[in-house]
Design a protein around this ligand. Sequence first.
Ligand code: NG1
Ligand code: ZN
Length: 548
Amino acid sequence: NQQRSLLLEKSSLFIPPQGVKLSYGTSGFRADAAIMESTVYRVGILAALRSMKTGAVIGLMITASHNQVSDNGVKIADPSGGMLTQEWEPFADLIANAPHPHSLVQLIDDFLKKENIELEGGKAAVVLLGRDTRPSGESLTEAAKQGITSILRSTPIDEGILTTPQLHWMVRARNRGMKASESDYFEQLASSFRCLLDLVPQENCNKDINDKLIVDGADGVGGDKLCILKKMFTDLCIDVRNCGSGVLNEGVGADYVQKEKVAPRGFGPADVGIRCASLDGDADRLVYFIMPSDSHNKIELVDGDKILSLFAVFVKEQLSIILKHDGMVEDKSYQPTLGVVQTAYANGAATDYVKQLGLETAITPTGVKFLHEKAAEYDIGIYFEANGHGTILFSEPFLGWLERKNDEVSTKAKGSEQEKAVLRLLAVSRLINQAVGDALSGLFLVEAILQHKGCTIHGWNSLYHDLPSRQLKVKVVDRASIVTANAETVVVKPDGIQEAISAETAKYPKGRCFVRPSGTEDVVRVYAEAVTQEAADSLARAVAGLVN
Ligand code: NG1
Ligand code: ZN
């Protein structure tokens, strides 16, 4: 039939290189850009099928985030704006690795039957495409379009260069019938940020929390977008560096800053003590840092755990103001749940801190999809990876309750603290990306909260003190031979390794250590924590020796 011959014809132009086997990891497919074309083409097909199956707009993002500039990757955004459902990941692996057009077409045929997807009669497919600034992005976008148009009645819409979270946001907004262009995104961020600034308590309005913020754009897409946002405010002092004139992610970016704990390129002694932040290559991660005066470029890292803690304190405060109306009586009619979700990479001190705030905490395996899913179980779910990927999710019932509260207080208690708290949380729900972690919206929320509290980065950083930690990467022959359990905190295969790790860890007071295969790089990651930096380093090295 027509569909079959279209697929055969087009896919014969995208034959996968021999001997390459890719898998849809924690963030889609990633590899050297030179071997990605056929994969991206096939993910284009998958995106079109996913759109038909769900009857909704699907997103396809071409990025390799914090990887080196010569790599590229591709991932799918589901109708909600979240990651592709895990149920389709095996199909993604199958078609990406199908050796020739006939096997590809057969796999697709079988899948269509299994999933009951009608290519004719159902809704036409729409796929939004975005890409980061990698030079390979343009031709890979072409391959994706070819994939999408290999399925009859499927339309690609090329949104050009975007941050990953922008694309996810657009998919979510479109599927909810909301305004969904890039300028709508900027407008929503700007207006909700402005709303939070207007609600800063009087006593903190003119407090000098350190007038300036310096942002490392990783020489990627985030810096450019931040420059656009920044222009929407006259009174914001943001100095954006590493905006694309240097090599993407080379000695710059949130991943580098967080893992190496050193300042990015372009930062020097003149920046000592100033509030600094770093985005990653596709702007879905954000960390802050301070350049101390006493060392070369060793920084004080204010990581995703600290961002999470700042958000948690603020949200908890505002929520309790709302629940305490008429003086001290708590509103017992509705008790929203507030939870914090982290991974094993969260610093032990951070987890202790949020527990001590009285918040429920949960640990999931690495990968946004796991954190996001868990956070969505709460009315307000705050999740962050230590590396700076995270957001705050608000449930629909909670937002409905907040809107009703807003109506109530705007007549009965105009100008009250309660009304302000309601307006603040509503603004947060509009500012912070509801689809996925977003460095830009996260940055504006951090800035708003610091203003609100009249708090400097130093004050924020001393919410708690990180336990010294070390992360190492180990090259192994086959990283898949390491199998973990309990949110990746124990190794169950190969036999004996966990016993050896535990024995090593026991030698260190307050020691904590785990290993897991990376989902984005061909390495095994080792994480160690202990009471001194020397101890954490030595534990990490010893355990790296065990897996090698
Ligand atoms: P892998 O390579 O699976 O460790 C890394 C990050 C994840 C996540 C993904 C996606 C660490 C230790 N791991 O995954 O948290 O952000 O990249 O970008 O930072
Ligand atoms: Zn990223």
